[in-house]
Structure formats: C-alpha cells, structure tokens
Design a binder for this molecule. Structure first.
Ligand SMILES: Cc1cc2nc3c(=O)[nH]c(=O)nc-3n(C[C@H](O)[C@H](O)[C@H](O)COP(=O)(O)OP(=O)(O)OC[C@H]3O[C@@H](n4cnc5c(N)ncnc54)[C@H](O)[C@@H]3O)c2cc1C
Length: 332
C-alpha cells in the first residue's frame, strides 16, 4: 500500500484529513498555496453547527482523533431579529463559536500544530511537482454562490449573539453579530447575484445592530470577506482520481452556509477511504447526501417564498418551544 499521501490545501478539511492519516501511520505532505494556513480568515468568529445530527460535533471531532486545543464557545442563546422584532431562542449548545485565522487560539492554527506534531510535511507557497500524484484536494471554494462581508472589531460591550433577516441587510440569507470576551464579528451573508449591493448590506447591518456596540469600535475594526460554494456533484473524484473534500467538493450547507462540519466529516471519509479502500463517493452519498439535499430543498423554498420567507421563518422559530429540534427537523 502507498503510505505517502499528498493533499492540496492546508485549510480545516486538509489538516483534519492529514491528522487522521498521520495517526494511522501514513506520511502526509500538504501543499498550501498561501504563505501560511488560515490566512483566508481574520480571527473572526464562526459557528460550528451542532443541530444537524444527534451526535455532538465536538465528540465527533474527538472520535476522529482531533484534540480540542482551540478556543470554542458553546452558544445556548441566540437573539433572532426580523424587522423591529426580537426573539431569544434557547437550545443546548446549538453551535460552538470558534475563531478562524492565524492567531494562536484559532481553529486553523491548532489543527496545524497538531498536524506538525504528528510529523506532517507542509509546503506553503509551493506547488507540488507535476509528477506527484495528488490524493486529496482540499482547496476550499473555487467559486462562490454565497458571499460574506464583515468586520472584526474589539468592543467593551457584553457578550451577545444575534442573527437577523431582511432584504436590506442580507438579501436571501442573514446578517449576524457575535460578541464574546470583547471580540466582535459583524457580517452580512448574501447571494452572489447581489454582489453590487454588498457594501450597502454591510452598512445597513452595522446600522441595524448599532445599539450593541459603539460606532468608533466598529470603525477601528478590520474588514474581511469571502465566498462559499455549494453543489451536489455526481462524483467527488476528479479526473485524476483525487478526492474532493470540504468546499472544494461543494460540500457546504445550501441554506445558511455552515460548511465547517462538512469539511471535518468529508475529511474523515476521505481518510477512511484511503485506509480501507471503501469508495469515497459511496461514503459521502450514504452519510452526507440526505443532509445536503434537505439544505438544498430548504434554500429553494426560501427563494420561492421570497420576502415572505423571513416573517415565516421568524414565526416558526418564535413559536417553537424547542428551536434546536426545529432546526434538526429542517436539516434531516
Ligand atoms: C466570512 C465567512 C464566514 C463563514 N462562517 C461560517 C460559519 O459560521 N460556520 C460554518 O460552518 N462555516 C462558515 N463558513 C464556511 C467555512 O469557513 C468553510 O466551509 C470551511 O472553511 C471550508 O473548509 P475547507 O477546508 O474546505 O476550505 P478552507 O478552509 O478555505 O481551506 C482551503 C485551503 O486551501 C488553500 N488553497 C486554495 N487553492 C489552493 C491550491 N490550488 N493549491 C494549494 N492550496 C490551495 C487555501 O489557501 C486554504 O488554505 C464561512 C466562510 C466565510 C468566507
């Protein structure tokens, strides 16, 4: 058996796959096109969703052999906004906030450190030789059907978590404000067809949430942006037989763009396929397609309903005694 594995892309899916393989005796080379891993992000807060499956996502990560050495914050309370209405939704660990980027406490850095300790060879800013066989492609989104634009800033205001619906702040998707320990992330997420309005969405989002921070705090922050890619592909092997994992394979939540859990899970299935010879396509189809298809169906529904989708979604969550269960039903 070929014990040397080459992975293109040193993001969270590439590193997770590498850690699993290294722990099982493989030699792993990662080729990362940027100067360092994690530079796609700016220490902004992101949420690893914990509602689409019965298993807690952190237990799942542990079962893959990942050490939880990064900072994570369980979110049990979220303020859902629509127009001038607010409803506080409660649920046990609905998601975990993690920081993304190159700082010491970021998820990306901690995965990188684990992989390094296990002996990964990581080549940053270098392309693999043409004659190298690439086994796993973990290069993130190549194009985007969903865009995000935001600001990372420091604040003296208390911790709170907010999500808001509205065509003027985030057409088709949502805006969010996450404040934890004086570190805040504000962002708008929208369909790529509305890219020309992105700055308006961001400014309107800042205005919408303005009671939760001081204007000079957000003005002193750092802007960030990015895109996400979702697609249900017929096969997740490329023409050369390499497996596409994470967003490189379009494995991303259609409804709201929560791609991290897919990145971890697909990385685990790719590693398993290498170790056992099982078909990666089959593993993804059997384990992730149902969830992906439901998120696609819900996105379609959101689009068909148009402006009616927001009040409807808001009412459904407002009325629900157990919003986490509701999310669970929506996704499964
Ligand atoms: C602003 C923003 C907010 C988000 N918020 C959330 C959230 O709250 N919750 C959530 O679950 N998801 C969120 N996501 C999505 C989530 O970040 C991604 O789904 C996840 O990072 C995908 O992991 P990945 O390993 O596939 O790709 P990435 O993490 O993007 O890693 C890909 C790596 O490959 C490298 N690379 C690219 N091309 C090449 C190449 N040709 N050769 C070598 N290396 C290459 C890149 O430099 C990068 O390091 C957000 C995304 C954005 C942009």
């Amino acid at each position: 058996m070929n014990k040397e594995i080459n992975i293109l892309g040193g993001g969270i899916s590439g590193l997770t796959c590498a850690i699993i393989l290294l722990k099982n005796g493989y030699n792993v080379n990662i080729y990362e096109k940027r100067k360092a891993t994690g530079t796609r992000f700016n220490s902004d807060w992101q949420g690893i969703e914990n509602w689409s499956e019965e298993t807690d996502v952190l237990s799942e990560l542990r079962s893959f052999g990942i050490d939880l050495s990064f900072d994570y914050v369980p979110v049990c309370e979220l303020n859902l906004h629509y127009s001038d209405k607010i409803r506080t939704l409660r649920g046990d660990k609905a998601c975990y906030l993690v920081k993304r980027g190159t700082a010491i406490d970021c998820l990306d850095t901690c995965l990188l450190e684990q992989a390094k300790e296990l002996g990964v060879n990581i080549y940053c800013g270098t392309k693999p030789d043409n004659n190298k066989q690439i086994h796993v492609i973990a290069t993130g989104p190549e194009k985007g059907n969903i865009l995000a634009k935001g600001i990372k800033f420091n604040t003296k205001r208390p911790d709170s978590y907010h999500m808001a619906f509205g065509d003027d702040i985030a057409k088709g998707f949502y805006s969010y404000l996450l404040i934890k320990n004086g570190e805040a992330t504000i962002a708008t997420v929208f369909d790529n067809r509305n890219v020309r309005d992105s700055e308006n969405y961001l400014q309107n989002t800042i205005g919408y949430f303005s009671e939760y921070f001081d204007p000079e705090e957000v003005e002193a922050g750092n802007k960030f942006g990015g895109y996400g890619y979702f697609e249900i592909r017929k096969t997740l092997y490329n023409d050369d037989g390499a497996m596409l994992i994470g967003e490189a394979g379009g494995l991303q939540d259609y409804l709201w763009g929560f791609g991290m859990r897919y990145a971890f899970q697909s990385a685990n299935f790719a590693a398993r396929s290498i170790m056992t010879g099982e078909s990666y396509d089959k593993l993804i189809k059997e384990n992730l397609h149902k969830k992906l298809k439901h998120s696609k169906r819900n996105r379609k529904l959101f689009e068909i309903l148009g402006p009616l989708a927001y009040p409807l979604a808001y009412r459904l969550f407002k009325k629900s005694k157990d919003p986490l269960k509701l999310l669970n039903v929506v996704y499964r």
